[in-house]
Design a binder for this molecule. Structure first.
Ligand SMILES: [Mg+2]
Length: 305
């Protein structure tokens, strides 16, 4: 069966500025076998060209801008499809500004149709301006719902969801959140993936490290959802969610062989062999869980609402 892959980046391909083991060979296997794939990220700050350069510096070669679909591109697609000719006031970075510019969506700081919130650290002055635009009737749109994003294993930063929440609180208006897990992101990504190849993939697999965005969105879009444990999700917390991944792997390196050979792998070798939440899984992980709890007294809030 011809498979296409949608691949999250942070926690799947790299963490901080370190590649996840097996990531280089994984991408190489996709390129060598002409397997259709697209990197799918909620980070609206970089452009696809920025991401190509970033991965090149990390040691992943052979990629171009067409291999990336960001929440900024998703937002520009959404506005140009649903409201062509609209105007926007933007709180965001280069990737979002470039995507909107490419779709010929004009900026308007006086009476915009939308306030668009992406990644970044807006000044209080810009937040006040956005607040005023909303009070004058603009609608609130966020590129993605992530309240926080990992910076390192010890550090996070506020995400676009947190900025949108600020404006929701100050104006009483509710934001519409694009990006993962919104079905529009997955629908557009599937369409773009099909456009990369002559033969449309018969199945699409989403590979991600975050339950609330990658796994939930893939499940709701009717795709296979592969969870990797190289990022934000600990194995012992998987059972807390009502939606579940189709498969759990340590890293993307576990997929290299089956991409090279085209034969399905042995899923029973994965950490999901014992069901999360079962006694076997708990006893196997008790030590690890205890250590983890000791180092992390304050539970982190869920990444999205
Ligand atoms: Mg991630």
């Amino acid at each position: 069966m011809k498979t296409g892959y949608l691949i999250d980046m942070d926690g799947v391909i790299y963490r901080e500025n370190q590649l996840v083991p097996g990531a280089v060979d994984f991408v190489q296997a996709l390129l060598n076998t002409a397997t259709p794939f697209l990197f799918l990220t909620n980070n609206s700050a970089p452009t696809p060209e920025d991401l190509t350069v970033r991965l090149k510096h990390l040691g992943i070669h052979g990629l171009s801008a067409r291999h990336f679909y960001t929440s900024a591109l998703n937002t520009a697609d959404f506005l140009s499809e649903t409201d062509p000719g609209c105007t926007v006031f933007v709180l965001g970075e280069g990737g979002l500004l470039a995507a909107l510019h490419e779709r010929k969506i004009a900026s308007d700081a006086i009476r915009p149709h939308y306030v668009v919130v992406g990644e970044g650290a807006p000044s209080m002055e810009r937040l006040c301006k956005a607040h005023e635009c909303l009070e004058r009737g603009a609608r609130l749109l966020a590129t993605n719902p992530d309240n926080w994003c990992p910076v390192s294993s010890e550090k996070t930063r506020p995400g676009a969801g947190a900025t949108a929440a600020f404006l929701e609180a100050s104006t009483g208006r509710r934001a519409y959140y694009l990006g993962k897990p919104n079905g529009y992101m997955f629908h557009q990504a599937r369409r773009k993936l099909a456009g990369l190849t002559l033969n449309e993939p018969e199945q699409v697999v989403m590979i991600g490290d975050t339950m609330e965005t990658d796994i939930r969105g893939a499940f709701e879009a009717g795709m296979q959802a592969f969870l990797v444990l190289s990022g934000s999700t600990q194995f012992e917390s998987v059972g807390d969610y009502v939606y579940q991944p189709t498969r759990i792997m340590q890293t993307v390196g576990d997929l290299i062989e089956e991409i090279r050979t085209g034969k399905p792998g042995d899923w029973s070798n994965g950490p999901d062999f014992a069901q999360p939440g079962s006694d076997a899984a708990r006893s196997r992980l008790r030590h690890q869980t205890d250590v983890f709890a000791f180092h992390k007294p304050r539970p982190r809030p869920s990444m999205t609402k």
